[in-house]
Design a protein around this ligand. Sequence first.
Ligand SMILES: NC(=O)c1ccc[n+]([C@@H]2O[C@H](COP(=O)([O-])OP(=O)(O)OC[C@H]3O[C@@H](n4cnc5c(N)ncnc54)[C@H](OP(=O)(O)O)[C@@H]3O)[C@@H](O)[C@H]2O)c1
Length: 299
Amino acid sequence: MSSQSVCLNNGISMPILGFGVFLIPEEKTTQAVHNAIACGYRLLDTAAAYNNERCVGAAVTQSGIDRSEFFITTKIWPTQFGYDNTFLAFASSLKKLKTEYIDLYLIHYPVPEDFQKTLETWKAMSKILSEGRVRAIGVCNFNSRNLDILINESGIVPAVNQVELHPFYSQRILRAYHQSHGIITQAWSPLGGVRTYGAFVPDADKKVASIHVNSTLLEIGTKYGKTPSQIVLRWMIQSGISANIKTLNLEHLKANMDVFDFSLSIEDIEQIEKLDTVTQGGIDPQTVTADTFAVSIVD
Ligand SMILES: NC(=O)c1ccc[n+]([C@@H]2O[C@H](COP(=O)([O-])OP(=O)(O)OC[C@H]3O[C@@H](n4cnc5c(N)ncnc54)[C@H](OP(=O)(O)O)[C@@H]3O)[C@@H](O)[C@H]2O)c1
């Protein structure tokens, strides 16, 4: 099974597809990551707020595969923000992940109402980057205004912006901004997961939310002998979008990596882009405060 990478703005190579562990219970995470590693995933996406960094670290260590072959992403949560706190949060993630460095360290959400604290966090992350303890730094859930301020204030362009992105919310304007600034777009909920578990999606929408029953994706899939998930992931790969996928199903895990042996036509891609409803399934990141989610990070 082949794979593919993208080049970040500091020359670092990152696998284009990754395995994400959001909402995987602690007792299932280590095995889930073992399965992902066996299926060829090397980009592993976790976060302090997922409270399963330890399980990811355990699976990587137990795999016997050299640490340098993995690309580990973790994230700092708004309650950990602040210049000094960032060093503590980073040290805690390193310890839990049982690693001496992180490949990609991300700000999990901006806190627009107190952006100064977001900037202080970024400054500390830049220091960690300069010390070589992280290979790249980036953000999640930033809009172009957040990015403008961050870049103008710090002079440092994030390597990645990880945002909700799937065919029903395809973020074309933000993607164009990223492209013009050399930022890699990374999709969270690439298969539209948030539209089914998200508390912010009306029940009526959830019934038609699934990409797996979408007629356009099914039709395109028939042409190539692929499932809607594979079509969506292929669309992302051909668009230069990195994606972190979550699944606890072994067949899905394998299928989601089996997307490097075919190419969509321009017409297929145009059809997929037309599915955009410009409606996000998750919370509007611009409304996030440190108190928005009741997350407590277990030490
Ligand atoms: N930065 C952020 O703010 C943020 C927010 C949310 C998520 N994330 C990251 O993004 C990752 C993925 O996001 P997500 O879990 O929201 O959404 P997702 O990957 O789009 O969707 C996951 C759902 O899709 C199903 N699925 C996966 N592959 C499938 C396939 N081939 N066929 C049918 N169903 C399939 C899974 O069920 P089965 O287990 O049954 O396959 C699961 O219910 C997270 O784990 C996390 O790493 C980041």
